[in-house]
Structure formats: structure tokens, C-alpha cells
Design a protein around this ligand. Structure first.
Ligand code: HEC
Ligand code: HEC
Ligand code: HEC
Ligand code: HEC
Ligand code: HEC
Ligand code: HEC
Ligand code: HEC
Length: 403
């Protein structure tokens, strides 16, 4: 990467489309060079807000909204005006932070490095249980309960439908197009409940040249490695990016198409001739892999960990939003003696205020009274852990007998 893309402070620096990273012709390089300074949300975001070819398309939690976010969109960048590098600390140009896809080893960023393993210390009656939960739940399960809460993100991308000259794009309820001749068919979503999975910090990945199981219903391009039985694994929130992509029907490779024309003479680029055959031949030759000449369309999933869009503390998920068992008359007093100073029902039933989000125009209608936020059974529990026990212990001892 060149220096100016991160160190520009004028906002005028731009890269030209297909020019191998060179600056656009109309950039006043002298002006930019005379105004270099620290990186900013705008300079890092110039690339990272556009993953997947446009704003918020792939990384649901990184969008232009973070240039001027309000505090309920992202408490660090909105409420406290953090820059990216206040978390992604940078020494000698090594930028901390591992991605879910193909991380390089420049260091990790964790919530705990600033907040500690016991971040709840404000003297609330919930502190004890919240800190216990951090052994099993990633912070963002509670602190970022919906993703793409500031802007819709693409959740489905069907490449097999591309190339239809006659099809007119329609706008969905968010005003987003459902079709693009070059790219295929899309679905968009906003304020989405994440998918939750056990994650030990390791990801399984399919890299270019890896063989995949082309008969599987779904090919996972990235997927977390983890288990309910592993004390080092936690429940982590993900955006699932689902798609239809091409695989080689004989060599079992995921195919790499050549999309963007190199120049006027290029006659293999898909976006020029809409001929997949030519595009796969050229693309696979470019990465040095065999292409058998026959392909199939397959569903692929990619797990993207959610890291940003942390909401203010009063908007964190709380007890009743996961534990259906605390919804009725019995709440904390299932296990604790009544306490004159605490209204158990009130503390157990507060939590993310989705009515407030709705009043801000977010699409969260069906979340307002939700009490099964994470599906315990799908994660390997027998049911609500308050009734059936946690993964390694059951509280309080002998609770079953009392019932
Ligand atoms: C990917 C973004 C990125 C690129 C590309 C980049 N820098 Fe930096 N640079 C940073 C960050 C982040 C810092 C830490 C301070 C900050 O946040 O601005 C930094 C710090 C610096 C510093 C302050 C001294 C130091 O090392 O902390 C200098 C000088 C500097 N960069 C020069 C350059 C030059 C010259 C280039 C091109 C060869 C370059 N940078 C390319 C992001 C970048
Ligand atoms: C010119 C485009 C560009 C700019 C500007 C840029 N990045 Fe990146 N960054 C990338 C690309 C490309 C990757 C690799 C993406 C991937 O692996 O999926 C990457 C990867 C990363 C990763 C993940 C690293 C890993 O181990 O996987 C982090 C964190 C990151 N960038 C933070 C920043 C920060 C902070 C800034 C601003 C100081 C910045 N980037 C500026 C293009 C950019
Ligand atoms: C409050 C802290 C915080 C701030 C502010 C922040 N990040 Fe991050 N970011 C994280 C954490 C934590 C991770 C996970 C990194 C890891 O596991 O090592 C992450 C991961 C990432 C990744 C990798 C994501 C993936 O899965 O591919 C990118 C890229 C990234 N951040 C870019 C940015 C950019 C750009 C900004 C500024 C607009 C920014 N971050 C601001 C905390 C932060
Ligand atoms: C089970 C859900 C849950 C998990 C997991 C969780 N939090 Fe919280 N967090 C909350 C709730 C709810 C509050 C508001 C507490 C209150 O109002 O008493 C809160 C408050 C906070 C606060 C404000 C300080 C305070 O004590 O009120 C910080 C900082 C915080 N959490 C950070 C984290 C970090 C970092 C992690 C991961 C290590 C984490 N939380 C994990 C639910 C959770
Ligand atoms: C670079 C340090 C740093 C990192 C990394 C970081 N935070 Fe924070 N966070 C802060 C600071 C500073 C504040 C403001 C002071 C405070 O409330 O402790 C804050 C505030 C908060 C709050 C309270 C917000 C409120 O309502 O006032 C929550 C919740 C929170 N962080 C959660 C997280 C989560 C979740 C992560 C990981 C995704 C994370 N933080 C990563 C430094 C950090
Ligand atoms: C995001 C969902 C979520 C939220 C919010 C949540 N919990 Fe839990 N809770 C869990 C999970 C998952 C477990 C199982 C942990 C384990 O396996 O050890 C659990 C376990 C428990 C247990 C222990 C059961 C046992 O036998 O080990 C108690 C008690 C409990 N939660 C109370 C609370 C209280 C009180 C709150 C509010 C402060 C709360 N929970 C908020 C998901 C949640
Ligand atoms: C399934 C039974 C169960 C439920 C429901 C439950 N707790 Fe607890 N709680 C425990 C147990 C057992 C402990 C003792 C410490 C431990 O093993 O986690 C405890 C510890 C505590 C503590 C720390 C006490 C101390 O002396 O340090 C507080 C405070 C607390 N709970 C509050 C609550 C509140 C408030 C609720 C409801 C929102 C609640 N608990 C719901 C079982 C429960």
C-alpha cells in the first residue's frame, strides 16, 4: 500500500478504479503530501468500509456510518470518538487485529485488553452473574446484539443468476437493489440477530487450491472451530455471508473467475462478455490451477465474526432476553432469597430496548419481546441453563429436587 492512502488528512486522496492501486489522475498529490497526518476512521475506512465492492456489503459492522456514528450505533467511535488505531494499535506499521478470513500475524485486539476479564464492576446486582457469563459468552453476544444496525448489509449473493440482460433490478424494503447483471441476485438485511457458534479462536478456511466436498449441501469457506465441551471455546456472534458460487465438477476446486477487464482488448473478462466459461479458464490460469471445463453452482457460507458496533451499556442484552425461565413471576428468587432493596423482576427483565431502536426507524419489530435470543438447544444445551444446568455445572445444587 502507498503511504498517502492512510496518512491523507484532506479527504481528497482517491485510488483509481482498475489501476493496480495507483492514485486517481485528478488527485492533487502536492496538496495531499503537504497535509499528511495521523490515520483516521475515514482513511482506514476508505478501504474497510467497502469490503465486497461497496459500503457495508460484506463486513456488516464496518460502514461509512462510522464516520459520524451516533452513540447507540457504536459506543466507542460514536460515544467516545475512538479512531480505529486506538484499538488497532500500530507499532512500526504492524496493525493489531486478526480477521476471520485470512489473518496475517500482526497481533490481536481483544475487548479484555482494555476491559479485563471481569469488566462488570459498577456495583450492580447483575455484576456477579455477568462476569461469570464472560467465561462462556463473547462480549459482543450481549454488547452487539444485532448487526448492520446502522445500515443494511448483503446476506445472500447468487452469482449463478448474473448475466440476465432482460432482468430489471427491483428495490427491497430498505431501498436496496435485488439484482445486478454483473454480480447476480442479492438479499439485504438490517438489524439482524447474528448466528451464534462455539469458537476457540481458530478458524477452518478454504484457500485457493484447497479441494472442497462438492457434494456437500453447503461448503463452508470459513468456519469457527470450537465445542461446548472445550473450556477455551466461547459462544461468538457471526454474520453469515451466504452465496452461490462455482466449483469445478472434477477437480473439486472453488473456481476463480476473471471479472474485471484488464483493458480494451481483454475478451475473457466476465464483465465484458458474460461468458462464465472464458472467465473461469482465464481466472484459474491466472492463479496457476487446473480447470476441467465443467462446473457446478454450489451454496457457500462464510462466518464473519462481529467486532464493531458495540452499543452503550444500557443497550446490552440482559437476563430475560436469553433465559425464558426468568420471564414469569419467578426470576432471581428461583435461587435467591427475596431482598428488600432489589426488585428482582425489574433487574431480570431490563435489557436491550428494541422499542427504542424501533422508534429510531430500525427494523426490529419481532425482537421486542424475544426471550430466546440464543438458541440453547442448537448450541448443544438441553435447554435454558437456568433449568437444565450450564455446560460444566448446575446451579443451585439440588435445584431439581426442590421442583
Ligand atoms: C495501512 C495504513 C498505513 C500505511 C499504508 C502507511 N502508514 Fe504510516 N502509520 C500508520 C499508522 C496507523 C501509524 C500510527 C500512528 C497513526 O495512527 O497515525 C503510522 C505511523 C507513521 C509514522 C509515525 C512514526 C511511526 O512509525 O509511528 C510515519 C512517519 C509514517 N507512518 C510514515 C509512513 C510512510 C512513509 C508510509 C509509506 C511508505 C506509510 N506510513 C504507510 C498507517 C499507515
Ligand atoms: C488501501 C486499502 C486499505 C487501507 C487504507 C487499510 N487497509 Fe486494512 N486491510 C486491507 C486489506 C486488503 C486487508 C486484507 C483483507 C483480508 O485479509 O481479507 C486488510 C486487513 C486489515 C486487518 C486484518 C488483518 C489480519 O490479520 O487479517 C485489520 C485489523 C486492518 N486491515 C485494519 C486497518 C486499519 C486500522 C487501517 C487504517 C490505519 C487500515 N486497515 C487501512 C486494506 C486496507
Ligand atoms: C473498540 C475497539 C475497536 C475499534 C474502535 C475498531 N476496531 Fe476493528 N476490531 C476490533 C476487534 C476487537 C477486532 C477483532 C480482532 C482480533 O480478533 O484480533 C477487530 C477486527 C477488525 C477487522 C478484521 C475483521 C474481520 O473479521 O475481517 C478489521 C478489518 C477492522 N477491525 C477494521 C477496523 C476499522 C477500519 C476501524 C475504524 C473505522 C476499526 N476496526 C475500529 C476492535 C475495534
Ligand atoms: C451476558 C451478557 C453480557 C456479557 C457476556 C458481557 N456483558 Fe458487559 N454488560 C452487560 C450488561 C447487561 C451491562 C449493563 C450492566 C448493568 O446495567 O448493571 C454491561 C455493562 C458493561 C460495561 C459497563 C460497565 C459496567 O459495569 O456497567 C462494560 C465496560 C462492559 N459491560 C464490558 C464487557 C466486556 C468487555 C465483556 C466481555 C469480556 C462483557 N461486557 C460481556 C451484559 C454483558
Ligand atoms: C483500546 C481499548 C478498548 C478496547 C479494545 C475496547 N474498549 Fe470498550 N471502552 C473503552 C473505553 C476507554 C471506554 C469508555 C470508558 C469506560 O466506560 O470504561 C469503553 C466503553 C465500553 C462500554 C461502556 C459503554 C457505555 O455505555 O458507556 C462497553 C459496553 C464496552 N466498552 C465494550 C467493549 C467491547 C465489547 C469491546 C470489544 C469488542 C471493547 N469494549 C473494546 C476502551 C476499549
Ligand atoms: C446472551 C444470552 C444470555 C444472557 C443475556 C444471560 N445469560 Fe445466563 N446463561 C447463558 C448461557 C449460554 C449459560 C450457560 C453457561 C455455561 O454453560 O456455563 C447461562 C447460564 C446461567 C446461569 C447458570 C446456570 C448453571 O446451572 O450453571 C445462571 C444462574 C444465569 N445464566 C443467570 C443469568 C442472569 C442473572 C443473567 C442477567 C444478568 C443472564 N443469565 C443473562 C446465556 C445468557
Ligand atoms: C439458577 C439459579 C440462579 C438464578 C436464577 C440467579 N442466581 Fe444469582 N447466584 C446463584 C448462585 C448459585 C450464586 C453463587 C455464586 C455462583 O456460584 O455463581 C449466585 C450469586 C449471585 C450474586 C453474588 C452474591 C455474592 O455474595 O457475591 C448476586 C449479586 C446474584 N447472584 C444476583 C442475582 C440476580 C440479581 C439474579 C436475577 C436477575 C440472579 N442472581 C439469578 C444462582 C442464581
Amino acid at each position: 500500500m502507498d503511504c498517502l492512502v492512510c496518512h491523507d488528512t484532506t479527504g481528497n486522496y482517491k485510488k483509481a478504479g482498475p489501476a493496480a492501486g495507483m492514485p486517481a489522475k485528478d488527485v492533487d498529490l502536492k496538496l495531499v503530501a503537504q497535509n499528511v497526518g495521523h490515520s483516521s476512521r475515514a482513511s482506514c475506512g476508505a478501504c474497510h468500509f467497502n469490503g465486497g465492492g461497496g459500503d457495508a456489503i460484506k463486513h456488516a459492522d464496518l460502514s461509512r456510518q462510522l464516520l459520524e456514528p451516533d452513540r447507540s450505533c457504536d459506543i466507542h467511535m460514536g460515544g467516545y470518538d475512538f479512531t480505529c488505531t486506538e484499538c488497532h494499535e500500530t507499532r512500526n506499521h504492524k496493525i493489531d487485529g486478526r480477521s476471520s478470513s485470512v489473518p496475517v500475524a500482526e497481533g490481536a485486539v481483544t475487548c479484555q485488553q482494555c476491559h479485563s476479564d471481569e469488566p462488570h464492576y459498577c456495583g450492580s446486582v447483575l455484576d456477579h452473574h455477568l462476569n461469570e457469563h464472560t467465561k462462556t459468552l463473547d462480549c459482543n453476544v450481549c454488547h452487539s446484539p444485532v448487526f448492520a444496525k446502522c445500515k443494511p448489509t448483503k446476506t445472500w449473493w447468487d452469482w449463478s443468476k448474473a448475466g440476465d440482460k432482460k432482468r430489471q433490478p427491483k428495490k427491497d424494503k430498505y431501498g436496496k437493489p435485488d439484482y445486478n447483471k454483473k454480480k447476480g441476485e442479492f438479499l439485504w438485511d438490517e438489524s439482524v440477530v447474528p448466528d451464534y457458534a462455539w469458537d476457540s479462536g481458530y478458524m477452518k478456511r478454504v484457500l485457493i487450491g484447497d479441494k472442497v466436498d462438492i457434494n456437500a449441501d453447503v461448503i463452508n469457506i470459513t468456519e469457527p472451530v470450537g465445542s461446548i465441551h472445550d473450556p477455551g471455546s466461547k459462544i461468538v456472534p457471526f454474520k453469515l455471508m451466504k452465496a452461490i458460487q462455482a466449483v469445478d465438477a472434477e477437480t473439486d476446486y472453488i473456481l476463480v473467475p476473471h471479472l474485471f477487464p484488464r483493458d480494451k482488448k481483454d475478451n475473457t473478462a466476465y464483465w465484458k462478455h458474460f461468458d462464465w466459461e472464458k472467465a473461469f479458464q482465464d481466472g484459474m490460469a491466472a492463479v496457476g490451477l487446473e480447470y476441467s471445463g465443467s462446473f457446478k453452482w454450489k451454496e457457500t457460507w462464510m462466518y464473519w465474526r462481529l467486532e464493531h458496533e458495540v452499543m452503550p451499556k444500557e443497550m446490552a442484552l440482559s437476563c430475560v432476553q436469553c433465559h425464558d425461565s426468568l420471564k414469569g413471576d419467578k426470576t432471581c428468587n428461583r435461587c435467591h432469597q427475596e431482598n428488600r432493596n432489589v426488585d428482582f423482576k425489574k433487574v431480570a427483565q431490563k435489557g436491550t430496548d428494541f422499542s427504542f431502536m424501533k422508534s429510531k426507524g430500525r427494523d426490529v419489530d419481532e425482537l421486542i419481546h424475544k426471550t430466546d435470543y440464543i438458541n440453547f438447544k442448537a448450541l448443544g444445551y438441553k435447554g435454558d441453563p437456568i433449568l437444565h444446568g450450564g455446560r460444566f455445572k448446575k446451579l443451585p445444587m439440588g435445584y431439581k429436587r426442590q421442583e
